[in-house]
Design a binder for this molecule. Structure first.
Ligand SMILES: Cc1ncc(COP(=O)(O)O)c(C=O)c1O
Length: 440
C-alpha cells in the first residue's frame, strides 16, 4: 500500500502542523488561487515532479532564481565539489572573490559588491548605505515594487504582499515606515533634499510584468542627481536574467547602488549590494555603515552562482529572449482565440500575463498595465485563479499568484514552450466557458 504521505494533500497537512500556513514563503501558498499546493520532490530542466509523481512544466523556476533549469549538471557538480572542501568557514574564500569579479565584469559601472544571503538583505543594506552616505532618512519606493521583507520596504510591496491584499505588514512599527514614501510606478516623483534614495525595480516584475515607460528611468536618474539622492536599482530579478548587464545595460541608465540576488546564487541563497568603490567604502569594516552575515559569500552558493554565470553566453541570452518573444506572441494568440482578453508583455526572457473576461464582439487589444493600479485591475478580476488551475490540470505550473511573472529559462526549448501554448489555448477555452458574468 502506498505511504499516505505520498500525496500532495498529506504532505501539506503535515506541513501545516509545523510550518505556518504550510509554507516557508507566502508566495508558495495557494491562498489567492485556492486549493492545495503540490509538494515538489525533484526537478530536472524545465520540469518539476510532485509527491504523486506528476510532472509539470515549471514556469516558476524558484521565482527567477533558476536560469539554466533545475538540477543542471554543471551547477550540481560545482556544488558537490565545493561541499567536499567544506561548507562554511567564517573566513575569506576564493569563491566570493571570483563571484564578485564576475558580477563587476558584467554590470557596467559596478566596481564592488558585498555578498549577502538574500535579496531582502541586499535591499536592506543598500538603503542603510544610502542613508549612511547621505545623512538623510527619507526613502522613495514605487507602489507594487517588491524589495524583500525588511520593515522599511514592505509598504506598497508587490508579489506576496499584494497577493494577500496587504498594505504592508502588521508588526512593522509606524516609525519604521515613517520615512518611506510610496509613489506610483512610471511617474518621476518630485524629490526634496531630504531624500536619501529612490529604490526601483528597473523592470517591475512583482506586479506581474510592468515595463518602465520611455524616459522613466532616465528621469529618476536626473531627479536624484538634482537633489543629491542616490538611485538604487533593485536587479534581484532582472540581474543576469535579462542579459549579463541586467536592466542597467538594457536601459543605459546607471544607478548609484545595485541589489542583486536570485541568478547569482545558482539556486542557493545569495544576494549582493553593488556600487562604486567610493560608495561601498562606507560599509564596515572600511566605513561606519554596519552590515554582516555568518553565511555571507557561502562557498556552495558562490560556486553555484559562478557556475551559472560562466555557463551562460551572450548568445544564450539572445536565444532565450527570442524564444520568450515567440512564446509571448503564441500565448496571446491562443488565449485570445480561446475567448479571454489577454496581454502578454515580454522584456527579454521575462514574460507577463494579464487576463480578463472578454466582452462580446471581436477581441480588442488590451493596453499593458503601467503601474500597480492598472496591474491590480487584472490581478483582482478573478480570472487568473481559474486559469492557473486549468493550466495545472494540464501539466503546467504557473506561480500561484497573479502578481508574478513567468520565468522561461535556458532549459525551456521551443518544443516545451509550444506545449505550454497548447495547454493555454485549452485552458482559456475552459475558463471563458465557465466564467460567471459577475467576474470582471
Ligand atoms: C525585485 C526583488 N527584490 C528583492 C527580493 C527579495 O529577495 P529574497 O526573496 O531573496 O529575499 C525579491 C524577491 O522576489 C525581488 O523580486
Amino acid at each position: 500500500m502506498a505511504d499516505p504521505s505520498d500525496t500532495n494533500a498529506a504532505w501539506f497537512a503535515r506541513a501545516r502542523r509545523v510550518i505556518p500556513g504550510g509554507v516557508d514563503s507566502p508566495v508558495r501558498s495557494f491562498a489567492s488561487v485556492g486549493g492545495t499546493p503540490y509538494t515538489v520532490m525533484r526537478g530536472y530542466g524545465p520540469f518539476v515532479v510532485d509527491a504523486e509523481g506528476t510532472p509539470y512544466i515549471d514556469l516558476v523556476q524558484s521565482y527567477g532564481a533558476v536560469l539554466l533549469g533545475h538540477a543542471h549538471p554543471v551547477v550540481t557538480a560545482a556544488i558537490s565539489t565545493a561541499a567536499a572542501l567544506g561548507t562554511t568557514f567564517g573566513a575569506p574564500t576564493p569563491g566570493e572573490v571570483l563571484l564578485a569579479e564576475a558580477i563587476c565584469d558584467r554590470v557596467p559601472g559596478c566596481q564592488q559588491v558585498r555578498l549577502v544571503s538574500s535579496g531582502t538583505e541586499a535591499a536592506m543594506t543598500a538603503v542603510r548605505l544610502a542613508r549612511g552616505i547621505t545623512g538623510r532618512n527619507r526613502i522613495v519606493k514605487f507602489d507594487g515594487c517588491y524589495h524583500g521583507h525588511s520593515d522599511a520596504l514592505l509598504a506598497g510591496g508587490g508579489s506576496g504582499v499584494a497577493m494577500l491584499g496587504l498594505p504592508g505588514s502588521v508588526g512593522v512599527p509606524k516609525g519604521a515606515v515613517a520615512d518611506t514614501v510610496v509613489v506610483p510606478y512610471n511617474v518621476v516623483p518630485e524629490l526634496s533634499d531630504e531624500v536619501a534614495c529612490v529604490i526601483v525595480e528597473p523592470v517591475a516584475a512583482n506586479m506581474n510584468l510592468v515595463a518602465p515607460g520611455p524616459g522613466f528611468l532616465a528621469g529618476l536618474r536626473a531627479a536624484c542627481d538634482e537633489v543629491g539622492a542616490l538611485l538604487i536599482f533593485d536587479e534581484v530579478i532582472t540581474g543576469f536574467r535579462i542579459g549579463p548587464g541586467g536592466a542597467t545595460a538594457w536601459s543605459g541608465v546607471k544607478p548609484d547602488l545595485w541589489c542583486f540576488g536570485k541568478v547569482i546564487g545558482g539556486g542557493l541563497p545569495v544576494g549582493a549590494v553593488g556600487g562604486s568603490r567610493t560608495l561601498l567604502a562606507s560599509l564596515a569594516p572600511e566605513g561606519p555603515v554596519y552590515q554582516a552575515g555568518t553565511l555571507s559569500g557561502n562557498p556552495l552558493a558562490t560556486a553555484a552562482g559562478l557556475a551559472v554565470l560562466s555557463e551562460v553566453t551572450e548568445k544564450d541570452y539572445a536565444g532565450l529572449a527570442a524564444r520568450a518573444a515567440r512564446f509571448a506572441a503564441h500565448l496571446t494568440a491562443v488565449i485570445s482565440d480561446g475567448g479571454l482578453a489577454v496581454t502578454v508583455p515580454v522584456i527579454g526572457p521575462l514574460v507577463g500575463l494579464f487576463l480578463a473576461p472578454r466582452s462580446s464582439g471581436p477581441p480588442v487589444p488590451l493596453a499593458a498595465p503601467v503601474d500597480y493600479v492598472t496591474a491590480h485591475q487584472f490581478a483582482s478580476n478573478g480570472v487568473y485563479p481559474r486559469f492557473f488551475h486549468a493550466m495545472l490540470r494540464r501539466g503546467v505550473a504557473l506561480a500561484p499568484g497573479a502578481y508574478e511573472v513567468m520565468f522561461p529559462g535556458l532549459a525551456h526549448s521551443d518544443e516545451v514552450l509550444d506545449s505550454v501554448v497548447s495547454a493555454a489555448g485549452d485552458a482559456a477555452r475552459e475558463v471563458a466557458k465557465d466564467l460567471p458574468s459577475s467576474v470582471g
